[in-house]
Design a protein around this ligand. Structure first.
Ligand code: PHE
Ligand code: NA
Length: 455
């Protein structure tokens, strides 16, 4: 038996965990979700969700990985043989997500390059679906789009290259470069954005509290949903990463640091994005609060931001490059973490080397991801993303927390394990959050999603 790989330093682990958490969700998802769900008032349900679900679950996942020292299937299986499949379910979801996350990063690589000459022209939406994704040419439907295919291969070479080098020499080194670089680039973007004309209008629109909204269940579901996705919990990631911690590492403390770092980045992104939107509104004679002006997701990054860049008074290419390079760095560190879940699980289950597991598991993911680099790939991506986000993730989290908190040895065992290495002692807050609040919220979320699907 080989010695289990281990992080070189505590900071290495923290940067890797933050690298996983800080991703596209912080940059393009959080700002729009917060805006649509109460603006400034959203911070109340959001903080509540962070403290009653996000951080407690993160502590739970760190403890499971640290105690059982295995990939998600092996660690959950260590609590009870009957839980192993929950780990495999999470690994499968991560595998699917990795196939399309890579594609989005590939787009960002190309857009970083397009930034210099604003190659997207004036009709940025038309450029995205037309020239770039070639979606408007049904005659050729299904064939590979070279402008997506080439950067996609590049992304997989980088990610699998990092993973082959292992935990300390690969994942840790990559995050030690990517995350500080991301912090610097993103700060520059935010500073530039808030110093633009109109920035204040954008920030006003963002922070304007709509108190009526926080009475609605919908808003609370959105807050919990954002926290789960944003902290990468229920994806097998945090269990896998914490399985490489040294015996004496503080778990609870690390979970608080990861959680607050991710939320700080999210808040910073909200400020940057809305300052830029305020600027664009002023430049084009619109209002941020106009119906449909604020968008999230793919449209925000690849249609709205190019438009913002077109309006920049000074060095637009540099601003654009910084923005898309940030997406690439944030995305890569997340993609590395989701891919590591199946690399680790497969290598343990079949007793094969990391290199072989990367070749088979990573190779298969890369091959499948080529399907999204075709005409119509965006439609495929949207559909898969919808099902994964609405059912896969909530279900995986629900199964995990219910199994661990209600069955087998329950939370007591994990609590004493965490308390034996941490200087923060877990008590009733932790057990109530996981045993009651999180299962109720996830269960309610599931029902809501099914209801909205039917109607
Ligand atoms: N947590 C990441 C984000 O906020 C997204 C992510 C989800 C990454 C699942 C890996 C796995 O963008
Ligand atoms: Na995040």
């Amino acid at each position: 038996m080989n010695e289990r790989s281990q992080w070189g330093t505590r900071l290495g682990f923290l940067l890797a965990a933050m690298g996983s958490a800080i991703g596209l969700g912080n940059i393009w998802r959080f700002p729009a979700v917060a805006y649509e769900n109460g603006g400034g008032a959203f911070f109340i349900p959001y903080l509540f969700a962070l403290l009653t679900a996000g951080i407690p679950l993160l502590i739970m996942e760190y403890t499971i990985g640290h105690k059982y020292r295995g990939s998600a299937p092996r660690s959950l299986g260590g609590i009870s043989k009957g839980f192993e499949w929950i780990g495999w379910w999470q690994v499968l979801i991560s595998f699917v997500i990795s196939t399309y996350y890579a594609v989005i990063i590939a787009w960002a690589v190309m857009y970083a390059y397009f930034s210099f000459g604003q190659q997207w022209g004036d009709d940025t939406g038309g450029f995205l679906t037309g020239n770039f994704l070639e979606m408007t040419d049904p005659g050729k439907f299904g064939s590979i789009v070279p402008s997506v295919f080439i950067p996609l291969i590049f992304i997989w070479v980088v990610v699998l290259g990092v993973l082959v080098r292992g935990v300390k020499r690969g994942i840790e080194v990559a995050n030690k470069i990517f995350i500080p670089a991301l912090a610097v680039l993103f700060l520059l973007i935010v500073i530039r954005a808030v110093t633009l004309d109109g920035a204040l209008d954008g920030l006003n629109a963002f922070f304007q509290p709509n108190w009526n909204q926080i009475m609605s269940g919908q808003v609370w579901v959105a807050a919990y949903g954002q926290i789960f996705f944003s902290l990468s919990i229920g994806f097998a990631i945090m269990i896998t990463y914490s399985s490489y911690l040294g015996r004496k590492s503080d778990i609870t403390n690390n979970a608080f640091i990861t959680g607050f770092a991710n939320s700080s980045f999210e808040l910073l992104a909200g400020i940057g994005v809305f300052a830029a939107l305020g600027f664009m509104a002023m430049a084009t004679g619109q209002n941020v609060t106009d119906e449909g002006f604020v968008q999230g997701g793919i449209m925000l990054a690849f249609a709205v931001f190019p438009e913002i860049i077109n309006q920049m008074p000074f060095l637009p290419g540099v601003f654009g490059f910084l923005f898309f390079a940030s997406l690439v760095l944030a995305g890569l560190s997340s993609l590395i973490s989701i891919s590591e879940t199946y690399i680790a699980a497969v290598s343990e289950k079949f007793n094969i080397s990391r290199t072989k597991s990367v070749m088979f598991g990573g190779g298969l993911a890369a091959l499948i991801s080529i399907a999204y680099a075709t005409q119509g790939g965006l439609v495929l991506l949207d559909t898969v993303d919808h099902f994964i986000n609405n059912y896969g993730v909530a279900l995986a989290g629900l199964f995990e927390v219910v199994a661990v908190a209600w069955f087998a040895k329950g939370l007591k065992d994990l609590q004493s394990h965490a308390n034996s290495v941490s200087d923060i002692s877990l008590g009733a807050w932790w057990r109530v959050s996981l045993g009651v609040i999180t299962p109720v919220v996830l269960g309610y979320m599931m029902l809501q999603n099914i209801k909205s699907e039917i109607s």
